[in-house]
Every structure is written in structure tokens, then in C-alpha cells.
Write a protein that binds this ligand. Structure first.
Ligand code: PXP
Length: 249
């Protein structure tokens, strides 16, 4: 089955716009669990612009589904991850000035450092995932450093769709398709995410090698109109439909 990880970062974005305690990302995570999320994803950024340290403490306490802890490869984040030992850590690139995680991690350029960086996380029992573009050298490097999982960045595919650049979108989807299969062939577990919406999820969900999608911003935005339960259930329905169609094809 294709797993759905729900990213609750932007509930914290809304909370932090005012300060205080509302809306509570942990409450959102519990609602997401009840709506059928297979996991919860949260990104503790260096600048704490959305999720904060206390949110991670509370999520670890409250969740019954696994937490996928997204973080940059810094010493501070490694210590936090080792303290909590979440089910999974996803290493992402981070720039202070970006609005969101713009690209994948440059694993090939930092192979040695990253291999040493993730070893203690693996030893602590976390599944280590690396967020990368659908790029063969990056996938090979992620495999060499000992990551168990890669998450393919679907942002470019989604952006091309939103801009009506359908030839470029289809080329990006072809790259995702080929690289999901390549990574799977190396023995990596393949996830995907970033920017996915009801309009863009199905072609990605139908890729048989992909085991998990991580989706946040769109689901939280849609929840403003229809509620979180309905927004997540509709995403789940579209994912399952795409998978079923692919399996019967
Ligand atoms: N996966 C990773 C690694 C991410 O960094 C993000 C954004 O934080 C997502 C998935 C979810 O992206 P979105 O919020 O655009 O659905």
C-alpha cells in the first residue's frame, strides 16, 4: 500500500503568525491520524519559523503513527534527533532565505561528511531518508552513504503543472519515473513529495516503486475550506485510485 505522510508544519506557521498556542499542530497531527495518515511529517527548521522544539516533544509523546522528522544536516539537529529517536529522519537542504525547501540535497558533493553524519542516526534505529532531486548521481551517492530511503523532490513537476508548462511537466515526471525505478533497483525505499495537490498527485502515486508520499501545504490549505478530515480523505482516495488503476493495468 502507498503510505501517506501528512506534514503539519503550516498549522504551526498560522500559529506563529500571532504567537500563542493556536492552532495547535499536535491537534492537527491527531486529526490527520484519525483521517488515515500513515505517518506525520514535521520539519524543525534552524530558524524555527513553523515547528518548534516543544512541538517535536509533544508530537513524540502524542503520536501513535510514526514521526518523520525533517531536518538539515547540522550538529544541533543531529542531537535533537538522537534525543528523540523518531521512526525516520529526512535530511533536507535548508537556506534561511527560502520560503520552502527549494531543491534536493547535494549528496554527491558532501558524501564523506554526510556518511559520517547519518551513521549515528542509523545506529540509533532511525530510518534515514535523503531528500533529493530525481538525479542519478545524487541517488547513487545517497545509496553509497548508507541511506535506507530517498525522497524524490516533486516540486519542479508540480511547478511546471501550475504554470501550464505541460511538456516540461511531463519530462520531469518521466525523470521521476525512471529514477524511482533506478533507486528501487539499488535497494533503496523510495518516497516522494513537495508541492503535491489533488491535480498532481495521481501520476506520482501510480509509480509502483514509490512507497510513501509526504504532503502538507496543499492539504492544510484545503482543510481551511473543507476541514482536515475531508481534505486528507480525498487525497487518500485519489492516491488509492491511482494505485489501483496502475495495478489493474
Ligand atoms: N517532503 C519534504 C522533504 C519537504 O521538505 C516538504 C516540505 O516541507 C514536503 C515533503 C511537503 O511539501 P508540501 O508542504 O509542499 O506538500
Amino acid at each position: 500500500m502507498l503510505r501517506l505522510g501528512v506534514n503539519i508544519d503550516h498549522v504551526a506557521t498560522v500559529r506563529n503568525a500571532r504567537g500563542g498556542a493556536y492552532p495547535d499542530p499536535v491537534r492537527a497531527a491527531k486529526l490527520a491520524e484519525a483521517a488515515g495518515a500513515d505517518g506525520i511529517t514535521a520539519h524543525l527548521r534552524e530558524d524555527r519559523r513553523h515547528i518548534m522544539d516543544a512541538d517535536i516533544d509533544a508530537l513524540m509523546e502524542a503520536l501513535t503513527v510514526p514521526l518523520n522528522f525533517e531536518m538539515a544536516a547540522t550538529d544541533e539537529m543531529q542531537q535533537i534527533a538522537l534525543r528523540h529517536k523518531p521512526h525516520a529522519v529526512c535530511i533536507v537542504p535548508e537556506k534561511r532565505e527560502e520560503k520552502t525547501t527549494e531543491g534536493g540535497l547535494e549528496v554527491a558533493r558532501e558524501e564523506n561528511r554526510l556518511a559520517h553524519y547519518i551513521a549515528p542516526l542509523r545506529d540509533a534505529g532511525c530510518r534515514v531518508s535523503i531528500f533529493i532531486a530525481a538525479d542519478r548521481p545524487q541517488i547513487e551517492a545517497a545509496h553509497r552513504i548508507g541511506a535506507q530511503v530517498i525522497e524524490l523532490h516533486t516540486g519542479a513537476y508540480c511547478d511546471f503543472h501550475a504554470e501550464g508548462k505541460f511538456a516540461e511537466r511531463d519530462a520531469e515526471l518521466a525523470r521521476l519515473t525512471k529514477m524511482a525505478s533506478f533507486a528501487h533497483g539499488l535497494g533503496l525505499e523510495v518516497h516522494a513529495g513537495h508541492g503535491l495537490t489533488y491535480d498532481t498527485v495521481q501520476p506520482v502515486a501510480s509509480l509502483p516503486e514509490i512507497k510513501e508520499l509526504n504532503i502538507g501545504h496543499f492539504l492544510m490549505g484545503e482543510a481551511l475550506f473543507v476541514g482536515m478530515d475531508a481534505s486528507i480523505k480525498e487525497m487518500r482516495r485519489l492516491m488509492d485510485l491511482a494505485r489501483a488503476d496502475q495495478q489493474s493495468a
